[in-house]
Design a protein around this ligand. Structure first.
Ligand code: GDP
Length: 737
């Protein structure tokens, strides 16, 4: 075990050829945590200050149980290869793709990824989706086939069958590389085991080997198979010493993952939207430590001893304490109070860190994950890596209050911290009742929040039953409706229509945004979502629930003066739709004509808001309105014998079985969709139906219209819960007399 001082690490960090930024991609349960732990244990950099302390990355038990490990944002490892020292930054990459952009964000931090695949289960959906995205972002993949002991101990495969299994898995991964990697990298990146681009082993036993290692050390796969099939503990101990996993993996990383200088040259043009021919573009591509500071924040976390810690990658320039910086998305100037590097999972304070490295920063606490932090001198020209995204789509809400009223401030504090660390967690105060409304991605997510409140903050809380969040939308194009202001001096003529899926996706992914250049936006909408260019050019606003306001009028007097008021009226209207006061989603709102009063006193918000809202609501209610409900995707693995009972759990809950595939042995994998509304207690039922043998993961899948037969019922229930009269309004209620 190496013990390195901060100075030694810093010296290596100044030498860009000796840096590697990598991540681990794995389907849940395939061994990411075990692999990381074994790297940390064997090759960890232990700061003198912390030597002797137990290194534990998963400080929260509960999260382990939930298969959602909370990890350090980054772990820096020290490794020597052919006598040369390297610092390997291992950035935490989430296991599954969601709408929060967290995966994309973490992929920007890394230049290579170790894909961990369970030898028994092979490539699974999460491996595939994340790997695919990694390839699209030009992250170079390497493969670790894990849990090979299972092939022997559980499946009792013969050596030939085991090798066949390896070939199959490599082929599966290579197929993905073939399909999704840029043509210029394909040839180089296709995994060639004979060169050492694939490791085989057992993370649990910290054993790993590659072909070159096998040649060098005179140990063959057959020796490993032999050790496991005979259950020879001593032989396994021997292997741990001779072919330690960290050596297999870190050698691979040093040899095949490009250093930041090689990587940024071809990655910047892909992951940064600015002009690469400018000085700034060049500094980014060349990882220039003397260039302007560009620091991309991947992770924002609360540390009780230090406050908010921003972890990210320095793409150019140098970070130092005392530096004044500009936060591009927050539009704020803040000061860097402290700069830290990672030693293992811990942060150590240093004076400065140069480009190419991962750094942790205290001071810019207005930053959120995804923020780009830059030198003041480029504040007006910088194109950020990411625009603040509109969308986090929490689908379940619950009210919470502390058991002890004296804990109220403590609860407020804890929730604030948690919602900054976890952008999927939305916290609001219900003004009327004074309770906190906490929204998350599913029932499980909220359960974890409650456990964290208890374990991390010592807070006991009371909760309401969780309620599912819906969206309102319309399925037809409406006619044009007139909206009159209460004083009858202003009139707006408005229609609505549903937007196509392509448009919704472009907005959701932040490719089309409200504040982008209108011509560029119109071009994207025309080319990628079939919009009429002229209509696309007339977009006034895009709200957070993916609705677009379009001005199709021309030459209306005073319209310019009330433009902002109209936009605000549109936003407010879409926040609480006509059916059940749930947010409206996916509509184009089109202004066709208008009459605006000349006197500003007669065209204030109190006049304009209703004139915007009423025609929109009337239009929605005439255009086959409906509710959209969140649908969850489930991936369930279980022994074949339970296919019947598990299928009936799914279908009973309005679920749909999409696919059942045979895996290995008698294991099958089922892909299914179930509405979130039907998934309360799903966990218990699945466990019951399979005698505890089923394993599963869930992911938000999409919004889908509720069945027509249930629409009115659901609408009434939501309205009653909100204290509205149960019957939804009629279009006439919004028409001017
Ligand atoms: P993660 O969800 O990808 O982080 O997976 P974990 O590292 O938590 O591993 C999931 C389960 O697989 C745990 O119960 C581990 O003990 C187990 N596991 C990890 N590596 C191996 C291995 O090499 N062999 C076997 N048999 N089990 C392993």
């Amino acid at each position: 075990r190496y013990v390195k001082t901060v100075d030694q690490i810093l010296r290596i960090m100044n030498n860009i050829e000796q840096i590697r930024n990598v991540g681990i991609i794995a389907h849940v349960d395939h061994g990411k945590t075990t692999t990381t732990d074994s790297l940390l244990a064997a090759a960890g950099i232990i700061s003198p200050r912390l030597a002797g302390q137990v290194l534990a990355m998963d400080f929260l038990d509960v999260e382990q149980r939930r298969q959602m490990t909370v990890k350090a944002a980054n772990i820096s490892l020290y490794h020597e290869y052919e006598g040369k020292p390297y610092v390997i930054n291992l950035v935490d990459t989430p296991g599954h793709v969601d709408f929060t952009g967290k995966v994309t964000r973490s992929l920007r931090m890394i230049d290579g990824a170790i894909v961990v695949v369970d030898a028994v289960e092979g490539v699974m959906t999460q491996t595939e989706t994340v790997l695919r995205q990694a390839l699209e972002e030009r992250v170079r993949p390497l493969l670790f086939i894990n849990k090979i002991d299972r092939l022997i101990k559980e499946l009792r495969l013969k050596p030939d069958e085991i090798k066949q299994r390896f070939i199959e898995i490599i082929k599966e991964v290579n197929n993905l590389i073939e399909t999704y990697a840029d043509p210029e990298f394909k040839k180089k990146w296709i995994l060639d085991p004979s060169q050492g681009m694939v490791a085989f082993g057992s993370a649990k036993d910290a054993i790993g080997i590659t072909v070159p290692m096998s040649r060098k050390k005179g140990i063959k796969i057959d020796d490993i198979i032999e050790a496991y099939s005979s259950g020879d503990k001593e032989a396994i101990e021997e292997l741990k010493k001779k072919i330690p996993l960290h050596e297999a993996l870190l050698d691979m990383v040093v040899r095949f993952v490009p250093n930041p200088k090689e990587a940024q040259m071809y990655r910047i043009p892909k992951i940064w939207k600015g002009d690469i021919s400018t000085d700034l573009g060049k500094a980014l591509m060349e990882v220039d430590p003397d260039g302007p500071l560009v620091f991309f924040v991947c992770d924002m976390r609360w540390d009780p001893h230090a406050g908010f810690v921003a972890t990210g990658r320095i793409f150019s320039g140098t970070l130092y304490s005392g530096q004044e910086v500009y936060l591009v998305n927050s539009k704020a100037v803040q000061k860097v109070l402290q700069v830290g590097l990672y030693m293992g999972p811990y942060r150590e304070v240093v004076d400065r860190i140069p480009a190419g490295n991962i750094a942790a920063v205290l001071g810019p606490d207005l930053a959120r994950s995804g923020e780009t932090i830059v030198d003041l001198k480029i504040k007006d020209v910088i194109v950020p890596f990411e625009r603040m995204r509109y969308i986090s789509e929490p689908v379940v809400t619950m009210a919470i209050e502390p058991k002890k009223t004296t804990d109220l401030t403590k609860l407020m504090d804890a929730l604030k911290k948690m919602s900054i660390e976890d952008p999927n967690l939305i916290v609001k105060i219900n003004e009327e009742t004074g309770e906190y409304l906490v929204s998350g991605m599913g029932h499980l997510h909220l359960e974890i929040v409650l456990t964290l409140l208890k374990e991390r903050f010592g807070l006991e809380v009371e909760t309401s039953p969780p309620t599912v969040v819906y969206r309102e939308t319309a399925r037809d194009r409406s006619q044009i409706f007139e909206g009159k202001s209460p004083n009858k001096h202003n009139r707006l003529y408005i229609s609505i229509e549903p937007m196509n899926e392509d448009t919704i996706r472009l907005i959701q992914q932040g490719i089309v945004t409200e504040d982008m250049d209108p011509h560029k936006r119109a071009k994207i909408l025309r080319d990628e979502a079939g919009w009429d260019y002229d209509e696309a050019r007339r977009i006034w606003a895009i709200d957070e629930n993916i609705n677009v306001f379009i001005d199709k009028t021309s030459g209306i007097q005073y319209l310019r003066e009330v433009r902002d008021t109209i936009i605000q009226g549109f936003r407010l209207a879409m926040r609480e739709g006509p059916l059940a006061a749930e947010p409206v989603r996916g509509l184009k709102v089109i202004l066709h004509d208008a009459v605006i009063h000349e006197d500003p006193a007669h065209r204030g918000p109190a006049q304009i808001y209703p004139a915007v809202r009423n025609p929109i609501f009337a239009a929605i209610l005439t255009a086959r309105p409906t509710l959209l409900e969140p649908i969850q995707k489930l991936e369930i693995k279980f022994p074949m014998d339970y296919l019947g009972p598990i299928s009936s759990v799914i279908t009973k809950r309005r679920g749909r079985i999409l696919n059942v595939v045979h895996m290995v042995g008698n294991l099958v994998k089922m892909l299914a969709e179930v509405p979130v509304a039907e998934s309360i207690d799903l966990a218990n039922e699945l466990r019951g139906a399979s005698a505890g043998k089923a394993f599963w993961g869930t992911e938000f899948s999409r919004w889908a219209p509720v069945p027509d037969s249930m629409l009115l019922d659901i609408v009434k229930k939501i309205r009653q819960r909100k204290g509205l009269k149960p019957e939804p309004p009629r279009p006439e209620d919004f028409l001017s007399p």
